[in-house]
Design a protein around this ligand. Structure first.
Ligand SMILES: [Zn+2]
Ligand SMILES: [Zn+2]
Length: 326
């Protein structure tokens, strides 16, 4: 990417809208964005769009035009990354059933009835009220490296388990003010609709998620009530928000918040590893994976044909979480 000769802007956006023919829109956008050398990961569904992309600066206005020329995508609020960096290496646009895989029936939420959006100042104020409940709507591997100080961080590995668990956690507290946040806001929008549908009276959400919050606290010099790093779904993996290191190496327990993929290609699990353990285990998540990864490639391939022999995923010294998309 260093050879490109132009700078890039990393941004993200989403919108819940009715898209009649997601596949047709997908094909059009792919053609136009590919020509503009846009990279990134984009999801389209009948219920809307969710995109994290990197746009060449010289093509920025043309990119905006591709959104504004389409009624459903016009005047899109874009969130910019706090740190630029190598974020994506290709453009992938996929059509999905749901934007967020909560896997809840359509009759359990109404996207016309979502929680009130709070900006960074309002969210900070609301968090200071001890009567309010703050919930991190992300998965465990995201909140373990950064979260709002007083937030409840549900112990779930996939979005599918999240909503029923949150509803259970909050049983009996339906009248309290519930504050939700996630990476960019998309998960809270649907989650707030779900909670409101299930009897919660006062549900609010952080507008634009942690990405927008990080921007606003910098720009307006506000106190950050979010500590640590924001887990992001591109090759950067984390965006540092404050200097606090709240995660720990899954292998030795020292303070560390950098995620990595196990170097054993048959495992490739996402986990937190400190530099010392990276050196000691050759970037692998366990001695078993290290042993496997050290075998000649041909031998690895033969062994991988027999899943029983692929040592990984079961033997871990500490909690290891799989890589998932939001
Ligand atoms: Zn370590
Ligand atoms: Zn491994």
């Amino acid at each position: 990417m260093a050879e490109e000769g132009f700078a890039r802007k990393t941004c993200s956006f989403y919108r819940y809208i009715n898209i009649d023919e997601p596949q047709a829109l997908r094909d059009e956008l792919y053609k136009e964005w590919f020509a503009l050398r846009i990279l990134g990961r984009v999801y389209l569904a009948a219920e809307g769009i969710n995109a994290q992309i990197s746009v060449p600066e010289p093509h920025w206005d043309q990119f905006l035009e591709t959104l504004n020329s389409r009624g459903v995508l016009a005047k899109m609020p874009l969130k910019h990354a706090v740190q630029e960096g190598q974020s994506f290496f290709k453009l992938a646009i996929r059509v999905k059933q749901e934007l967020v895989a909560y896997n809840i029936p359509f009759n359990q939420y109404d996207m016309n009835h979502v929680g009130e959006q709070l900006n960074a100042v309002e969210f900070n104020e609301a968090i200071d009220n001890p009567d309010n409940i703050v919930i991190d709507m992300r998965n465990y591997y995201e909140s373990e490296v950064g979260h709002f100080k007083t937030a409840i961080t549900p112990d779930v590995e996939t979005s599918r388990d999240l909503l029923p668990q949150v509803r259970n956690l909050l049983k009996g507290q339906e009248k309290k003010e519930v504050l939700l946040y996630c990476t960019g806001g998309i998960r809270c929008e649907k989650a707030s609709a779900y909670l409101l549908h299930h009897g919660f009276k006062n549900v609010k959400q952080l507008n634009g998620g942690i990405i927008q919050y990080a921007h606003d606290i910098r720009e307006q010099q506000l106190d950050s009530k979010f500590i640590g790093s924001n887990f992001v779904f591109d090759d950067r993996l984390e965006e540092r928000i404050t200097a606090d290191i709240i995660g720990v190496c899954h292998q030795c327990g020292t303070a560390c918040d950098s995620h990595t993929d196990c170097m054993n290609q048959a495992c490739h699990i996402l986990f937190i590893q400190c530099p010392d353990c990276k050196a000691a285990y050759n970037g692998c998540c366990s001695p078993e994976c290290q042993e496997f990864a050290a075998l000649p490639l041909e031998e690895q391939w033969l062994l991988r044909k027999d899943p029983e022999k692929v040592v990984s995923k079961t033997v871990h010294t500490a909690r290891v979480k799989p890589r998932l998309t939001q």
